[in-house]
Design a protein around this ligand. Sequence first.
Ligand SMILES: Cc1cc2nc3c(=O)[nH]c(=O)nc-3n(C[C@H](O)[C@H](O)[C@H](O)COP(=O)(O)OP(=O)(O)OC[C@H]3O[C@@H](n4cnc5c(N)ncnc54)[C@H](O)[C@@H]3O)c2cc1C
Length: 261
Amino acid sequence: MAVATDGRLEQKSSGTVRYVGSPGMNALARDLAVGIPVQTGSTVTAVEPTSAGGERRWTVSVAAVAAATAANAGTTTTDEGPFDAVILAAPPPQWLPLVTEITSFHAAVQPVTFLPTWAAMIAPTDPLPIDADGLFIHDPVLSWAARNSSKPGRETPPAWVLHSNPAWAAGREEMAPEEVLPEMIDAFQRATGVKIANPEYAVAHRWRYSRAEPALGVAAFWDGELGIGACGDWCAGSRIEGAYLSGVAVAERVAERIAES
Ligand SMILES: Cc1cc2nc3c(=O)[nH]c(=O)nc-3n(C[C@H](O)[C@H](O)[C@H](O)COP(=O)(O)OP(=O)(O)OC[C@H]3O[C@@H](n4cnc5c(N)ncnc54)[C@H](O)[C@@H]3O)c2cc1C
């Protein structure tokens, strides 16, 4: 690990253990999901209270992604359930419009806004002469860079992942990837002092809900009366650890509910 500032690299050994998914970052989620029915490629379009056998339950409307983007959008939406409990595991701006009942946590999550981040993947033609696999970057444009090809299991040519500063990305979230990319590459070169000549490829990807502002500092939300909860990295920390701990926190509330029933 090193710190890159104005073309200078300073080695930094914090002793912090860092974990990497292998062969890709999504291996962690895939492994946790083994044996659990998971329906991917679908968009939840509504989460509505329903009554089944005199008990309060939830119905979840789901549209296949392909159908939702086609001209006949909506015609293949199916209602799933009824469910005893629902967990909203996405940033609030993505689920607030879908939940038709006001929960006990609506008021707490409504003020949360998000800073975006632009992430870029750059594959230089030759390995870059940088003596570190991860860089904290002191620059108005970038905050972090990692040599992706150094991660275990990556059968890829030399490639670096760059993360922008959220403050720089704010106001640029509607720009096209090809508009932000040159500034990110310039910043990387400025901070490291290393030139990226004719990269094999370079792509930028917007990460709209990158960091919750203000940080909530709450493990997760649970409305025991309605049987609905919310979790995610926006609750207690905008990283994988925060997402995991938040998911465990709300899962414990659901487990308690099952044990009581
Ligand atoms: C490029 C990049 C690099 C990162 N690198 C790191 C790193 O090195 N270390 C680290 O700790 N963290 C990293 N992160 C952050 C990490 O990925 C997040 O903190 C984590 O994924 C958050 O998990 P989550 O479950 O809270 O939310 P998400 O992963 O955002 O999951 C929410 C899911 O809900 C889905 N969704 C939303 N609305 C609907 C709907 N209506 N219907 C169906 N599905 C819906 C979304 O598509 C998404 O899949 C990185 C993120 C990005 C983008």
